[in-house]
Write a protein that binds this ligand. Sequence first.
Ligand SMILES: O=C[C@H](O)COP(=O)(O)O
Length: 331
Amino acid sequence: MTMPTDAASPDAVTEARTGDPTGRPTSDAALRRLLHGLPGVDAVGLEARAATLGTRSIKTTAKAYALDLAISMIDLTTLEGADTPGKVRALCAKGAAPDPTDRTAPRVAAICVYPDMVATAKQALADAGAPGIHVASVATAFPAGRAALDVKLADTRAAVAAGADEIDMVIDRGAFLAGRYLQVYEEIQQVKAECGTAHLKVIFENGELATYDNIRRASWLAMLAGADFIKTSTGKVAVNATPPGTLLMLEAVRDFRAATGRQVGVKPAGGIRTAKDAVKYLVMVNETLGEDWLSPDWFRFGASSLLGDLLMQRQKLATGRYSGPDYVTVD
Ligand SMILES: O=C[C@H](O)COP(=O)(O)O
């Protein structure tokens, strides 16, 4: 495991907060000093670290463990305008029993849907005998986040009232990129307050943040504001989860815990479709954060079509051959 190198100084963290339990920042200026006081990201070094971790090979026994762990970390997602109750019910059935030929295949962590599909997903999971699988709902005018705060809070409230266990909110990238950090901070805090006991994942849309420095700043801003998880992307723009962007966020949660004692989870999302890629991400988590984060409580994959390849690779390990898409649903 590498040592923390990129932490904000404890003084800066303290200055950005009043010290009250809500961690409300003193001012936009204090937040700006903290976020712009973070060390600049060495892009070449970051990309080299991510590439190196991506080349690690793992033993067959570790691979079997990694495939099952990856399945158990999936937020199995459908976020389409054309989603129907029937599609959501089918997705829930798949998440509850991913491999009908092998009941030892683990269940996914959560089903991720729009707020209007939360009740359907909750019922379908109960019907499938898998009430332990969480329902995650995107909210706050996903994916663009262009709506008044009241609308975003109402969106969150509706998802929670329908039974969402987790809320995936998007940050206002326009406000963030214009430097209105306190506005973004307060929006996250207010959405968090609407969540009640539901966990809050904060989506940055890394592909729109323009620089690695901004991804580091967004990570600290969201964590200070109370995010339970930080998430890379919506899956709806050209650049979604990437290994360097995710590695940067892993380093940020490591350094945030070192500075504050609070552990925050990480969710890369969008474009992760192969078991090979999923295993690379898990190697990155293990090497950067160690076992403390190697569980669905602290690491998730947001993915609509990763599960099929993980199941095919799992069957290949068990039988020595691919069963093929006749036996595993490939999206
Ligand atoms: O949050 C999850 C993403 O929207 C899923 O993206 P994907 O369809 O590229 O797997």
